[in-house]
Design a protein around this ligand. Structure first.
Ligand SMILES: [Zn+2]
Length: 324
């Protein structure tokens, strides 16, 4: 019983804490609302509570836990354990997350950004098991990713490697949240897709979508529109997935992955047809030798990816710190 770790997944709307055993099975999970408007301190306290409640729920004590892993929105400094800022967490400025959770739990804490830990999870426990080189791309409000090279998560010199959402796919493209133009995030994120649809409807395009607030457009609504052969939604989605494929082609030339894992709320809800658009777009633009045998697959772990990846991160970090 004393070989479990805790994974914490901090999202824009909810926090998930889970006790994870060495086989990667979740023994107990706890959800809390993020309520980011209450400020960093309140959110950090709830993260610690989620961890402690998960441990109690699994019938364990904090001292039985080897370590705590965290997946958090970034950009962040994984070594210092500091969240620099985050678009989804208003008012966060150099928040010392690692110190806070370490103090509250009394256990060693390791952290990384949410997409890096989701990629770790898919590699260790999900669809990427046994694959030594892969990329993970996650479409949410923004676009994030992670890169596994030779069975290790690639962070690079700055520790910010794997920020795949900011791969430029159109030098004259629209402005991205990062200040540049034409990042794939500015052309294929959920936010962009929803905004495009709402604008087109406002300009008189016919569509089954009548929602006028892009922020309120649910993924299920987009999936439904696609199933009903809605021309506008199909057109906007196809263009976005084409751009995603352009990014995949560029990334593949650097990494040469065996597998491309596509995940995140919007992709999980979409049809194989849309995944096919990403794949075709990437194949069309890459050197055949690089792209010929790449497998395009959906992520497998769904909403558990965050806590599982955080647990994998903690175990890997512990193994490193214990080895001579
Ligand atoms: Zn950008």
């Amino acid at each position: 019983v004393n070989d479990c770790v805790v994974g914490i997944d901090l999202g824009g709307t909810k926090i998930m804490g889970a006790v994870v055993d060495p086989q990667g099975h979740i023994r107990h999970r706890v959800f809390k609302l993020t309520a980011a408007q209450e400020g960093p301190k309140a959110v950090l306290d709830r993260m610690a509570e989620a961890a402690c409640e998960a441990v109690r729920g699994a019938g364990l004590k904090l001292n039985d836990i080897l370590a705590v892993g965290i997946g958090s929105p970034g950009p962040l400094d994984p070594d210092a354990g500091v969240v620099v800022f985050s678009p989804n967490l208003p008012g966060w400025d150099h928040v010392r997350m690692k110190d806070h959770i370490q103090e509250a739990t009394g256990r060693p804490v390791f952290m990384d950004n949410d997409c890096n830990v989701a990629t770790l999870a898919e590699h260790a426990l999900g669809v990427g098991r046994g694959i030594s080189d892969l990329i993970g791309l996650f479409l949410g409000t923004g676009i994030g990713g992670g890169v596994i090279i030779a069975n290790r998560l690639h962070r690079g010199f700055s520790k910010q490697g794997g920020e795949l959402g900011h791969v430029v796919v159109d030098v004259n493209g629209p402005k991205c949240g990062c200040g540049q133009r034409g990042c794939v995030e500015a052309l294929a994120s959920r936010q962009v897709i929803c905004r495009r649809i709402v604008e087109a409807v406002r300009q008189g395009r016919r569509s089954v979508v009548t929602e006028t607030d892009p922020k309120k457009m649910r993924t299920s609504l987009l999936a439904q529109a696609l199933a009903q052969n809605d021309d506008l939604v199909r057109e906007v989605m196809t263009e976005a997935m084409e751009y995603l494929g352009v990014a995949v082609a560029s990334i593949a030339h650097v990494v040469s992955p065996e597998m491309v894992i596509l995940g995140g709320g919007i992709l999980e809800a979409l049809t194989d047809e849309m995944l096919g658009v990403v794949e075709d777009s990437a194949r069309k633009r890459a050197l055949p030798l690089v792209m010929d045998h790449v497998k395009f697959v959906r992520s497998q772990l769904g909403e558990d990816a965050g806590v599982l990846g955080a647990a994998v991160l903690a175990r890997q970090a512990l193994a490193c710190s214990l080895s001579p």
